[in-house]
Structure formats: structure tokens, C-alpha cells
Design a protein around this ligand. Structure first.
Ligand SMILES: C[S@@+](CC[C@H](N)C(=O)[O-])C[C@H]1O[C@@H](n2cnc3c(N)ncnc32)[C@H](O)[C@@H]1O
Length: 279
């Protein structure tokens, strides 16, 4: 390459490098930099468009994570034998579903959707033995880990499901049965073709509103920049919710961190916390 050209390109590359560096948290190790989910895709902010994507994808049988349980009679992964506090739609017996219903209505109920390895929900359930908890985690490996953790701790107030919450909540949970929904560090699903997988979508936030008791809380936390604005925009479409109320944070001041939140704290990545009350 000619010398003149190199002298133009080199400063440009240097400027680009410093810009990249300036947008990274200071002490983030190089190996984790790829995990900063920032501006990698387009966040669809139009709730109507999101609902349309969902309708289109589910018609093609694609919107649900792990597929539609109704169309999936043979699971590869085993589930703990009944009466273990584990629910799998279409596979748990009618008697077991009755046990679950009794559990859901016997004490104030909190539900976590996308619980990962259960670091938060198991510790939270332990802190609140008089309350009941239900954790959804669609990845079997993590759901299983969560379940094992709960068993080791001897928790009797926590049930687990490896189904997509978007199937089980509308079909199984009674209306106005939930006091708190925790959605902590949800996947943003950037790519347009994946947006039907998002938990925060108008139709599903409507479901959450229906399942919450009056005065119940939707708690959403994320480290993804731009996502809080998206959550505000979607929840604002659902009349049952009041706008974000930061004073509700005190109720969760002692809440244990999730695994992702712990990682964010170690690397000084800010977490945005949002709380919406059902009127
Ligand atoms: C980014 S991870 C966060 C896990 C955990 N909350 C944490 O902060 O470490 C999001 C999790 O939500 C789960 N998930 C996403 N959509 C779900 C759904 N519809 N039902 C149940 N789990 C879901 C995914 O499998 C994934 O483990």
C-alpha cells in the first residue's frame, strides 16, 4: 500500500479504537467485552409491530422458546417424579396440576420469569418462608440446576417449570393470583426475526396485568442500554399499570442478585431497575 494512504488510515483506526474504548466500562476484562450488548441490533419500539411479529411467528409455530408443549409430547430431558414441586405442561398429571393450583393460592405468590440458575429466587424464597414462589426457566439445564439448589436448601415454598412462561401463565395461573412478577435481566432479542421471543411485549404484559392482584408489582431489571425506554413504552400501552414508581425499590432493597447481576456488579456495569404497580 502506498505510504500516503497508510498515513490517512492509521489515525482513523486509532480514533475508532479510542472511541470504542471510551464506551466500555473501565475495568472490563477484554474477554468479556463482546458480552456488552449495546447497539448490536435495532430495538423495535413500536408495540403494534411487536404484536404483529408475535402473531406471525406463532402461526408458523416459532414464537415459543422450546416450541409449543402441545406439539412436543416426547421431551429429551427427564423431569423429577411427582409429587416433586416441578411442573411441565402437558406432561404433569391432572392430580399434580391440582397440587400446583393449591400451592399457587395458599399464600402470597411471587413469580420469576427467566430465573437462570436460580441464584436470586432460591435465596429470596429462603428469606421469605411464609410466601410462595414459582420460577420459570425454559433452558432445562438451568431449570434443573435451580431445582437441585432448592432441594439442597430444603425449600418447600418454591415450584419450578421448564416451560415457556408464555404458555403456562395464561393457561394455568388463576387471574389476580400473583403479588410480584420478577423479570430480571431478560434477553433483549435484538434481531427482528427473534423479537417474537421477547417477554416484554404488549400482549404478554396484558397477561401479567391480568394475573397480578390489584396493587401487585411488575419488577423489571436490565443492563441493556435503551431497554428501559422500550419497557416504559410497552408497559405504558397497558392501562392497568401505573407509570414506573422508583419508591417501590425499597421493597426489594435486600433482594439477592441474579448471576448476571453479580457479573454486572463485578464489572461496574449499571443496572436499570423499573417497578410498575397494577392499579
Ligand atoms: C439473560 S438470562 C438471565 C438469567 C437470570 N435472570 C440472570 O439474571 O442471571 C434470561 C433467561 O430467561 C430465560 N427465558 C427467556 N424467555 C423465557 C420464557 N418465555 N420463559 C421462561 N424462561 C425464559 C432464558 O432461558 C434465560 O435463561
Amino acid at each position: 500500500m502506498e505510504e500516503g494512504r497508510i498515513s490517512v488510515i492509521a489515525p482513523l483506526l486509532r480514533a475508532f479504537g479510542s472511541l470504542l474504548k471510551a464506551t466500555m466500562p473501565e475495568n472490563l476484562p477484554r474477554k468479556h467485552r463482546g458480552a456488552i450488548r449495546r447497539g448490536r441490533g435495532r430495538l423495535e419500539l413500536d408495540p403494534t409491530a411487536l404484536d404483529a411479529v408475535w402473531a406471525q411467528q406463532t402461526q408458523k409455530g416459532k414464537g415459543l422458546i422450546g416450541g409449543d408443549p402441545g406439539r412436543r409430547p416426547h421431551w429429551k430431558h427427564p423431569q423429577p417424579p411427582e409429587p416433586a414441586p416441578w411442573y411441565r405442561h402437558g406432561q404433569s398429571s391432572p392430580q399434580h396440576r391440582q397440587r400446583l393450583l393449591a400451592f399457587l393460592t395458599a399464600a402470597p405468590l411471587e413469580v420469576e420469569i427467566g430465573a437462570g440458575d436460580g441464584r436470586f429466587i432460591t435465596a429470596w424464597a429462603r428469606q421469605h418462608p411464609q410466601r410462595h414462589f414459582f420460577a420459570f426457566e425454559v433452558r432445562w439445564k438451568y431449570a434443573h440446576r435451580l431445582f437441585e439448589r432448592a432441594q439442597q436448601l430444603g425449600l418447600e415454598n418454591l415450584w419450578v417449570s421448564d416451560n415457556d412462561a408464555r404458555v403456562v401463565l395464561p393457561e394455568v395461573f388463576p387471574d389476580e393470583s400473583v403479588e410480584v412478577f420478577h423479570i430480571l435481566m431478560p434477553d433483549p432479542w435484538w434481531k427482528p426475526k427473534h423479537q417474537a421471543k421477547r417477554l416484554i411485549a404488549p400482549w404478554f404484559v396484558e397477561v401479567l396485568a391480568r394475573k397480578l392482584r390489584p396493587g401487585g408489582i411488575l419488577r423489571v431489571e436490565t443492563d441493556v442500554e435503551g431497554y428501559p425506554e422500550f419497557v416504559h413504552a410497552v408497559v405504558a400501552q397497558v392501562a392497568a399499570f401505573s407509570p414506573h414508581d422508583p419508591t417501590l425499590a425499597s421493597r426489594f432493597a435486600n433482594a439477592p442478585l441474579t448471576t448476571r447481576q453479580l457479573w454486572c456488579r463485578e464489572h461496574a456495569i449499571p443496572i436499570y431497575r423499573l417497578f410498575f404497580r397494577k392499579q
